[in-house]
Design a protein around this ligand. Sequence first.
Ligand SMILES: Nc1ncnc2c1ncn2[C@@H]1O[C@H](COP(=O)(O)OP(=O)(O)OP(=O)(O)O)[C@@H](O)[C@H]1O
Length: 251
Amino acid sequence: MKLQQVLSRVRKAVDDYGMIEEGDRIALGISGGKDSLTLLYALAHLRIFYPNHFEIHAITVDLGFGNFHLNKIQELCEKLNVPYTIVSTEIADIVFEKRKETNPCSLCAKMRKGALNEKIKELGCNKVAYGHHKADMVETLMMSMIFESRIHCFSPVTYLDRMDLTVIRPLMYMNEEDIIGFQNKMELPVAKSPCPMDGNTKREYAKQLIRKLDQDHPGARDHMFQAIVNADLKGWPPKNPPRKREKKKEK
Ligand SMILES: Nc1ncnc2c1ncn2[C@@H]1O[C@H](COP(=O)(O)OP(=O)(O)OP(=O)(O)O)[C@@H](O)[C@H]1O
């Protein structure tokens, strides 16, 4: 997929849900995977022409597994003129060695978000963008039904009251295959997570299930995604809010 096509999908999501307002300082959560690197590329370019002016700052939380090389991502950020911060942590050691968690993913995710949010606030950002795409959302719906007896999916825009921080998901209209195509075309410098749990989670189970459904009934994933968008789920904002372009008042 070409950059122009990525930008058009991202812009539609941003416009549909009013994700970016004038003067926003947006942190980009960069795991090192294909999704967040596509997000970095897209927002670095959207920044140039989007009517609402905004700044971006890329952040990676290094979980401390070792063997995680971020120098190529650092170079990409320099090329795109995006400031980049790496937060070093000992999360891997705490979760696997000290606590010996039997279910490590939830504690790890909680600690990772804590470290990320702390740095975001320190840098003075008011929003954070994640690299979640269409398949992530359908998987989340599937997991919520199978494991939690509820119909739930995270919202395109979520205001975190306690943190005074807004989460946005500009890749929500992107298909995973298109992100893979973009990654290959642009030769994005993916840094593979050395986590031993990678690819061995409930999410992976849901992913395989949806893949099978989509093979047996082509379009099933898209239909499920549309069902999410049309469902008026709890916490979801209405689509197409009026554009806010006026400058924020000085405090
Ligand atoms: N270590 C991290 N540091 C900063 N942000 C992160 C980190 N891990 C995840 N994120 C953010 O949270 C989002 C969702 O996390 P998740 O682990 O589901 O990523 P993913 O599906 O593997 O995506 P990616 O391909 O970008 O790694 C990522 O797209 C990214 O924006």
